[in-house]
Design a protein around this ligand. Sequence first.
Ligand SMILES: [Zn+2]
Length: 85
Amino acid sequence: MTDIETSNDEIIERNFDERTEEDKEAFLTQTWCNACQAADLGMVEPKEYELNGVVIVEGKCKKCGEVSLTEVADESTDGEWEDER
Ligand SMILES: [Zn+2]
C-alpha cells in the first residue's frame, strides 16, 4: 500500500429538497451555463453535494441540457455565491 491516491475527492451527498422554496427558486433560476455562455437560463434536475468541503448544486441547463454547477458560498456570507470558474 505505497500507492497514495492523489485524487481524493470526497463527495458527501446533501438533500437539495431540504432547502427553502426561496433558495431552490434562486438556485434554479440564477445560473451560469458555460455551454451557452449565458446567465440565468435556469436549470432542471438539481442535486446537491459537498465536494472537498465545498457545497455544490448541480443541475442541467434548461436550454442546452449541459451540466451546470453552482458553488454555494458559506451561509454566513448571505446570498452571494460564485459561479464555476
Ligand atoms: Zn446551456
